[in-house]
Design a protein around this ligand. Structure first.
Ligand SMILES: [Zn+2]
Length: 465
């Protein structure tokens, strides 16, 4: 059979890989949106193959860099099934609809800037619309975790939890060719051990080929402190010792729920006096509903917390902000408080208003809990820019800017090595994908030192497995 990486080859977005069997049967693994910040333009609207030739699509998880181009492939005529776990389906529904909203907002902004219909305007049209998302959702078929499912008499698949996001999985394919069974694993994005709410990634010991992510190759997370310790310190310094505000930009799905649960535990254990918390993200509320619905997937600790204290995502002093009017009213709230809002890199979303209202406040702290790509407002603040432009105005930065990488839902270098090492016995080769060149080279060197053949997958290159 053949393996071809069509996306997330030597970059971190646009995941899309293909397995082509001896008789031409084509399996696509992930179909993500390419928005690599190092590129000047991306062409998500064209596929490097005939979409009608794809027989089935398998989806590792709902993040938009893995799922975000599914409506485009459906728009272009893909009429087969999209297989994933139930939680991934529910989160993808939210995230794909949100993508349309982002496209529409962007198109509206650009249209306001150019009065004439132009090629530029054509370029900025939404990639797909809500109806395409609905057509896409009709194609989803869900499969429980760790249950073998036959997609053809010679192809069995299994979704194995990888601890990266609710519903996220590595996909194991057992393919019979000429009487021989070969096991291929697509790792998806690999999560971390001891992450709030999520179960640890499950290692896979029996596989011939692994297509492995490498986002944090060559980098280690700060491990000497726990999420709880870091949060307690931040809240104490910003909201308790002084009457300030702690503003946490957070992705609506995954990080927001991890954060709310961690705060619930801190206040519940009386490690700090209660501080009011606003969660200002409509997408975040939708995401929390999905986490509640798939409660049985949460880790043991979160489940036993639920047995003892009830809903992990609800506590005294926590308010989910629904309307834009309520969101704007937070600026008139003068008690110390924590505001959790999206987007995580400060590009768009309700967080913009909170920044506008607080960036010149000496008693405000912006606490980044995720990575901010080059060129984003978040990155500029982290780089120490003294003045930022928000809502068309230049504002001096008087608020404090802090950061932690403890909430990253990606395994670091050591986590990736442990994941690969678990499969060492039978592994013939690891193909590295989903990483910047530097990270991939560092991971490749270490994997080869372990005596395992490792190759950085090149986009469009055909590999025989
Ligand atoms: Zn992901």
């Amino acid at each position: 059979m053949k393996f071809i990486s069509w996306g997330a080859a030597e970059q971190v977005t646009g995941s899309m890989h293909m397995l082509e069997l001896h008789d031409g049967y084509k399996i696509l693994i992930d179909c993500g949106l390419d928005y690599d910040n190092n590129k000047k333009s991306y062409d998500n609207d064209h596929f490097p193959f005939d979409v009608e030739d794809i027989d089935v699509i398998l989806l590792t998880h709902a993040h938009i860099d893995h799922s975000g181009n599914l409506p485009t492939i459906v728009k272009h005529g893909y009429s087969g099934q999209i297989l994933c776990t139930a939680a991934t389906r529910d989160l993808a529904n939210l995230l794909l609809s949100d993508s349309v909203n982002v496209f529409m907002e962007r198109a509206k902004k650009k249209k306001n800037h150019s009065k004439k219909r132009s090629f530029q305007e054509f370029q900025n049209r939404p990639l797909y619309l809500h109806k395409h998302v609905m057509d896409t959702m009709d194609r989803f078929v869900t499969i429980p975790f760790e249950q073998s499912f036959e997609i053809r008499s010679d192809v069995q698949i299994q979704f194995i939890p990888n601890g990266h996001l609710l519903g996220a999985a590595a996909i194991e394919l057992k393919i019979t060719e000429n009487g021989e069974v070969k096991t291929i694993v697509f790792s998806g994005d690999i999560g971390r051990k001891n992450y709030p709410i999520l179960s640890d990634p499950k290692y896979i010991s029996d596989c011939d080929y692994m297509i492995c992510e490498s986002t944090y190759g060559g980098r280690l997370h700060t491990t000497n402190r726990t999420i709880e310790e870091v949060l307690i310190e931040q809240i104490e310094n910003t909201c308790i010792k002084q009457p300030g505000r702690l503003i946490i930009p957070a992705f609506s799905i995954g990080r927001t729920q991890a954060l709310v649960y961690s705060l619930h535990k801190i206040f519940n254990d009386k490690k700090l006096p209660r501080v009011d918390v606003f969660v200002d993200s409509p997408l975040g509320m939708g995401g929390t509903e999905v986490y509640r619905k798939h409660h049985s997937l949460l880790n043991e600790e979160a489940q036993s917390f639920f047995q003892k204290f009830g809903d992990q995502f609800e506590f005294d002093g926590l308010k989910y902000v629904e309307t834009l009017k309520e969101s704007k009213q937070i600026s008139n709230y003068f008690e110390p408080c924590i505001i959790i809002s999206s987007a995580g890199m400060l590009e768009g979303g309700r967080i913009q208003d909170h920044l506008y209202n607080n960036i010149q406040n000496y008693y405000a702290t912006i606490f980044f809990i995720g990575y901010c790509a080059k060129g984003t407002l978040g990155r500029r603040l982290l780089d120490g820019t003294p003045i930022v432009k928000i809502n068309g105005r230049d504002l001096s930065v008087f608020a404090s800017i802090h950061q932690t990488d403890l909430f990253s839902a990606h395994a670091d270098h050591e986590g990736l090595i442990n994941y690969i090492n678990a499969a060492k016995k039978k592994l013939k080769k690891v193909f590295l994908v989903h990483g910047e060149k530097e990270s991939m080279t560092a991971l490749q060197a270490n994997v080869e030192l372990m005596g395992i053949n490792a190759e950085i997958a090149k986009k469009g290159t055909v590999y025989e497995l």
